[in-house]
Design a protein around this ligand. Structure first.
Ligand SMILES: C[S@@+](CC[C@H](N)C(=O)[O-])C[C@H]1O[C@@H](n2cnc3c(N)ncnc32)[C@H](O)[C@@H]1O
Length: 138
């Protein structure tokens, strides 16, 4: 596949990638995931979305561009440094709720919440275990 076929990359994406390198964040999502997430999110007007694993906000930057004005997105990460950085970039957007907490713990405390799309970016064994544990608890 050729990255140059992806034309609608969020304006902030390059800056986020630079920041990822600066802080040695080793788990950024790629352009294909971002483009797919934007498509999924834009298919649900007035949607409520949940992302477990904000990271530095690369996937968030795509989803924000796909969301309409009435949609909301809750994004959770247990790494305080990452949440502070993501908050600097996206905290001004009233549709976005950034939370620093263990994702499974948050789910246990919010079982009455409902979301159209659950996003758990990541390819690691840890991510797979995180998904299984989260779904068991929901
Ligand atoms: C693959 S990265 C996320 C990539 C990010 N969405 C992006 O687009 O660059 C996975 C993230 O999940 C977070 N994470 C791992 N275990 C977690 C947990 N138990 N609760 C909340 N966040 C967790 C990590 O801190 C990491 O930022």
């Amino acid at each position: 596949m050729n990255d140059s076929h992806i034309k609608d990359i969020p304006a902030i994406h390059t800056e986020l990638e630079s920041k990822s390198k600066e802080i040695s964040f080793t788990m950024p999502s790629d352009l294909y995931i971002g483009s797919l997430l934007k498509t999924l999110v834009s298919s649900k007007p007035n949607g409520q979305f949940l992302e477990l694993g904000t990271g530095i906000g690369l996937s968030l930057s795509w989803m924000i561009e796909g969301m309409d004005e009435r949609s909301t997105l809750t994004s959770i990460d247990n790494d305080k440094e990452l949440v502070v950085i993501a908050n600097n970039y996206f905290g001004h957007d009233e549709r976005v709720n950034l939370i620093c907490q263990d994702g499974s713990e948050w789910i246990q405390q919010n079982t009455k919440e409902s979301f159209e799309v659950l996003l758990v970016p990541g390819r690691s064994k840890e991510a797979a275990e995180f998904i299984n544990k989260s779904l068991d608890e929901w």
